[in-house]
Design a protein around this ligand. Structure first.
Ligand code: KIV
Length: 288
């Protein structure tokens, strides 16, 4: 049996039950996430795509990491999430699992890998669980993907749902715009309830009015995870390059916690200047 050590976090250390910053001797499970909703604990989720950043986030006490299909844009440099494939995302997911020991790692099912049928969804999700070691999967859509959600849940695969702005449908939505205003809010609410009924353990709400997100959160017994959905969802997720200040033009909902692009620019220019000046490597960086 592995020993249990507390993640050092000033606001939560010592509280083994907490989802954020709680005990780190085992992986976070869907039961822990359900329990957090019951005690009204808010929690953070971030994306991760490689082992070293995953380790930093894991040690900071982040309880859930998403290997998002946003990798299409932030890792692979495409201008939408549509081109990324299962084979592109599998090694990133495996790296995040290897780099972490506590967080639940959720693998995003990319465009075209689950929509065709529940069978296709099961085959894709099984690859992420078997080949990459993912602990759960995420897919986009409401009632139209219920058969897929039911199939995955019945096969023992935890499913995170995703409503609102679903980037894989950007061509139908007509751009990256706020969803669920007016009557379509009722549709989104019905989708959320149907997904919960089908067994989804959580629901991402992306770019929806805060008031709608608040109502959905109050109506569901599973947690909502907001991104551009206001302050009342149970959890909040951000793409790590957005929150660290690496993304050149982030969306309105992003808060920049660090200037990583600026810091990297300064560091790499210092390195380059020192190489050009013959200052690096110094004796202490050289072997006798
Ligand atoms: O792919 C992704 O990173 C996501 C989050 C923005 C929720 O789906």
């Amino acid at each position: 049996m592995s020993s249990v050590s507390a993640v050092p976090n000033p606001s939560t250390s010592g509280s083994a039950a907490m989802l954020y910053g709680g005990a780190s001797g085992r992986r976070v499970t869907v039961r822990d996430i359900a329990a957090a909703k019951e005690r009204h604990e808010k929690w953070p989720m971030v994306t991760a795509y490689d082992a070293m950043t995953a380790k930093v986030f894991d040690e900071a006490g982040i309880p859930v990491m998403l290997v998002g299909d946003s990798a299409a844009m932030v890792v692979y440099g495409y201008d939408s999430t549509l081109p990324v494939t299962v084979d592109d995302l599998l090694p990133l997911t495996a790296a995040v699992v290897r780099g972490s020991s506590r967080a639940m790692v959720v693998a995003d099912l990319p465009f075209g890998s689950y929509q065709a049928s529940p069978q296709q969804a099961l085959e894709t999700a099984a690859r992420f669980m078997k080949e990459a070691g993912a602990h759960a999967v995420k897919l986009e859509g409401g009632r139209r993907v219920l058969p897929q959600v039911e199939m995955l849940v019945s096969a023992g695969i935890p499913v995170m749902a995703h409503l609102g702005l679903t980037p894989q449908s950007v061509n139908v939505l007509g751009g990256y715009r706020v969803q669920g205003r007016g009557q379509s809010g009722d549709e989104l609410m019905a989708d959320a309830k149907a997904l919960e009924h089908a067994g989804a353990f959580s629901v991402v709400l992306e770019c929806v009015p805060s008031e709608l997100a608040q109502r959905v959160t109050a109506s569901l017994s599973v947690p909502t995870i907001g991104i551009g959905a206001g302050p009342d969802t149970d959890a909040q997720v951000l793409v790590w390059q957005d929150l660290m200040g690496l993304t050149p033009h982030p969306a309105k909902f992003v808060k920049k916690y660090f200037d990583l692009a600026g810091e990297m620019d300064r560091a790499v220019r210092s390195f380059a200047d020192e190489v050009a000046a013959g200052v690096f490597p110094a004796p202490e960086h050289s072997y006798r």
